[in-house]
Design a protein. Sequence first.
Length: 181
Amino acid sequence: MSTTKDVRLAPLEAILYAIGKPISLTNICAHLKLADELEASNLIKKLAEIYEVDGSPLEIKFLAEERVVLQLKPDYSKQAKFSMKPPLTTGPLRTLSYIAYNQPVEKKEVADARGSQAYKHIKQLESMNLINSEKTGKDTILRTTDDFADYLGLSRDRSNMKRQLSRIFKKLEDDSKKKKK
């Protein structure tokens, strides 16, 4: 790593922090007036290396479709309880899980499976941009958004996402069985 600090690192860090969600390399190029995505990628790698060397609780993660996100490392999730982001309670989280695993799914089917409170959950999840709804005739179809995939670090590809969710649910089920013993 170079000993001279690149003056573009601070503005890059400010952009990643302020946006609070994944951003494309193209957008970073535009904001920092960089030549191309390769230059942006190299700059991001420098900043990521600084976080790593310093032992920061933050990390920069490269995502699909040439996007990156500044996020808290999973090991620090307990300390994140002080976050300004409202956490999902169990009910909305279960409704979100049902939608993610069964998508595309009709709103009525979600309510049948999760109960009438699912309508309130759906409204909350839509306001957080984790799901979206599409009116098709008299039915409303629900799907997760790209923000949902990014938020949980899942693939945006629906079939890959379903496999990832299956593994997560299986692990949670196994962990729950171990705790009961």
